[in-house]
Design a protein around this ligand. Sequence first.
Ligand SMILES: C[S@@+](CC[C@H](N)C(=O)[O-])C[C@H]1O[C@@H](n2cnc3c(N)ncnc32)[C@H](O)[C@@H]1O
Length: 256
Amino acid sequence: MAKWPISGGDGMSQDERRAYWESEHADHDYEGVFSISQDEGVIGPCVDAITRRGCRRVIVAGCGSNVALQQAIAERVPQVVSVTGVDFPRVVEVAARRTDDPRIGYVGADIAVDGCGVSGDCVITINSVLSDLDEENRALLRRFREALPEGGLLAGFFATIFTPLELGYLQPDRRMLDQVNLEECRFAEEQQGITQIFYTPLRLRAVLREAGFGLTRMEVVFFDSPELADHARAYYRLGDDPDVMAWELFVEAVAQ
Ligand SMILES: C[S@@+](CC[C@H](N)C(=O)[O-])C[C@H]1O[C@@H](n2cnc3c(N)ncnc32)[C@H](O)[C@@H]1O
């Protein structure tokens, strides 16, 4: 029995979920999604964690079609010998077309069902554990764990429901609060037309522990680069207050 399970879900089958993401990346060029993995504020902490932990074989799980992170890892971390992006098949087809570094490869898979298809000593994940189905998120994390040896690193960015909650209270019209279901950790994405789970910190810590990871770091990262701040203000219609921006949790955890 999972600890603090979240019931319900969007009712999508796993095939529908795959089709949704493949369409977002392959047919819509990922334009309808709040995208962060190209930003130095996101790349920097990941590169730093991989460097510090001496990881050589890196898996980018739920890599999407944007290749900036994979390229930065291959170019900036001298000891890295391979970077494998894993995502649904049509998504990695797009990413593979955008990469020519021989150290960077791709695996097309439903990670929750098939696993990552490769093993490594580090899994990086950026906003990819946010299915509306709690059990899928937990399955993804178990699959990440299976791809790592004991002591391997999981690092990445996780959205938390406290971000839209805070932004909602700071908005003059508090419109965003209508998109927040705090008890279920659910956020209704207006532009994507779907609902996603954004875990609270304690719940995420417990979900990670159940999947076999010991949390070593969880810190707030404000997306305050001009590009990401503008992107968030436009995407979430946040107005023009420069103190308003999106933020997420940067997490490092060790496979136990
Ligand atoms: C919000 S997007 C983030 C993409 C990328 N990490 C980025 O930051 O640009 C979530 C990604 O997770 C992938 N994903 C979600 N569930 C998955 C699963 N079960 N197997 C493989 N990929 C999955 C989606 O296809 C999508 O590319």
